[in-house]
Design a protein around this ligand. Sequence first.
Ligand code: FDA
Length: 398
Amino acid sequence: MRPFFLMKSLKSNYTSYDIIVLGAGAAGLMAAARLPGCRVLVIDHNAGPGRKIAISGGGRCNVTNAEVGPQHYLGDAGFVEKVLSRFGPDALLAYLRSGGCEPVLRKGRHYFCPESARQLIDFFQSRTAHADFSYESSIESVEKCGERFAVHTSAGRFEAPKVLVATGGLSYAGVGATGIGFAIAEGFGHRIVPPRPALVGLTLQPSEFWMKALSGVSLEAEIAVGRRRLRGDLLFAHRGISGPAVLDASLYWNGGRIIVDFLPGVRLKSLLKNPKKSVMNRLPLPRRFLQAFFDAAEIPNIPYAAMNEAQKQRLSLLKSYALAPAGTFGYARAEVTKGGVATEEIDPRSMESRLVPGLFFAGEVVDVTGRLGGYNFQWAFSSAVTAAKGMADGIIGT
Ligand code: FDA
């Protein structure tokens, strides 16, 4: 049987629609699904929908999080709250259940597709049967001609009075990411908060190259970036440091130092009370890590009581190790792009541009970025539902 998306590829000769959605990712698909009474065209240069959904959450897509709230996002908190309140996790879960997609709760707060991210893509395909799709069509530019927009693509020119920019950010070009959304917004006079890779590993300065020998070692850590404290697994990688705590920290890191606590929740001194035991045997950390740390810090593996003050000082770095990352692993490895279309020029009640009537934004292209754990899909869905309501206004009178 031919895949559904190929059957749904644009076959009509229509070039004129009520609404054109740019991008068949999470935000674009959700918006199209919520516009059943409209003539909608969705354009994407991939061969099918939701390429990034398919690879997300280890193939099972972490669709949302029970603790969604503006405190978990980088961006204007008031703006984020208004949009999330229109379509939060409960509404999302109820909507998915209504179509037979029943996310399962993992680790107390993360909702994943029960078996595969494909279930979410199938859900959207069943909910977008009313829409036209133009796949393998590269979006080149958008211009406004009077009351209508003309969208120029490699498959031709399409027109509509309303356009939703849902083309995501720059992360993972291999599954379709381009900067076209930023270029379109900028072309219409919108300010772009400079994009940067986020939820990404951090590379090291030469002073920290001792960590490279630890590639594959993982431990629990708490990372302080400014006033933020991010706790979770830290994974040493060949190129630097990664793992959930580092990915979250990268969201708030804009250069400068981070401080790592390799023993979160543990008081070092209380561990080292026994005066006879050598220090390494007292510390609940992987042996490979301890060996590398002790070598780099030139600390002998002797009882704590036998250490001189300088050695004790260096040992205390386990609780507050300051390092200045050299950079990030880059867009090729970044789960998201932070920055994007500035929110002060978007109406949070409709996601419509305050500068250009009829132009709407949703998803990662907007300057709102969530932490690891389902927050970014929730943002994509909340902003898409808000945009769909805004776009439907005046067409189907909702
Ligand atoms: P998205 O990038 O999904 O869609 C944009 C679409 O626009 C793409 O289909 C692209 O092809 C298309 N496009 C771009 N330029 C174009 C052009 N010039 N012409 C035509 N089409 C164009 N989040 C989360 O909450 N839970 C998770 O489990 C994960 N896991 C995860 C894993 C990995 C490996 C990555 C890379 C990312 C995640 N994320 C995540 C982040 C999440 O995937 C991301 O935030 C959303 O997909 C953003 O949805 P959008 O629809 O905004 O962009």
